[in-house]
Design a protein around this ligand. Structure first.
Ligand code: SAH
Length: 219
């Protein structure tokens, strides 16, 4: 079997950026963030050589780090501005939070697995991302009450729109979430909170791990 190039291989990283551009990511700030955050730090050692392939990869606790294209797409759609306070539900590896931290004033990210939250917190600290706060908690309850947030990104699939999160969205705010049956076909949905109510727009088809209520019982 041919050896794969190492994760810090310049050709691999160049292909990674080309793939994002080819697939339609055009926002310069989003592309810069994708270029600057080292994804190899967020994948398990066993997958180190696949860090710059455009695919989701397994992480601890049976969860996944999302596909880079989907991370870039969601971030671009979220239209994050430098003064924004952003909530992410589903820290996982911390990769998406790291991307958001390059674009927002403040990122609060919440993860129901203690182990994942702790690992992500250490990682983000090592990489020098002080505007990210990682919480080990259920993203559907207490954290929502610490709003309002200008932007909310949910990175696990909800079967119904979580009303607590809609409530914690600032007026004029926006939320993006995968919506649909667990393990089935889901749509990425954009919700805008306007003075006339919540406006929904369906984006692309996606597949995410389930959004589950409550803190995880195992670590
Ligand atoms: N954004 C992540 C990918 C996350 S996968 C990354 O960049 O790596 C989705 C994560 O959501 C999983 O780790 C899962 O444990 C978490 N999750 C699911 N339901 C949750 C909830 N109610 N509150 C907080 N985290 C949740």
């Amino acid at each position: 079997m041919a050896e794969r190039p190492p994760a810090d291989d310049r050709v691999g990283r160049m292909e990674f950026m080309l793939t994002l551009r080819r697939r339609g990511i055009s926002n310069a700030a989003v592309l810069r963030a994708m270029d600057e955050v080292p994804r190899e730090h967020f994948v398990p050692n066993a997958y180190y050589d696949q860090a710059y392939a455009d695919q989701a990869l397994p992480i601890a606790c049976g969860q996944t780090i999302s596909q880079p294209y989907v991370v870039a797409y969601m971030t671009e759609q979220l239209d994050v501005h430098p003064q924004h306070r952003v909530l992410e539900v589903g820290t996982g590896s911390g990769y998406q939070a790291a991307i958001l931290s390059r674009l927002a004033r403040e990122v609060v990210t919440v993860e129901r697995y203690f182990t994942l939250a702790e690992t992500a917190r250490a990682r983000l600290e090592t990489l020098g991302m002080p505007n990210v706060e990682v919480l080990a908690d259920d993203g559907l309850t207490g954290v929502a009450e610490r709003g309002p947030y200008d932007r909310i990104l949910v990175t696990a699939a909800a079967e119904e729109i979580p009303e607590a999160l809609v409530a914690s969205l600032a007026e004029g705010g926006m939320m993006i979430l995968p919506l649909g049956p667990h393990g089935g076909a889901q749509d990425l949905v954009k919700l805008r909170k306007t003075t006339d109510g919540v406006v929904r727009e369906d984006l692309i088809g996606v597949r995410f791990v389930p959004l589950l209520a409550g803190k995880a019982r195992e670590l």
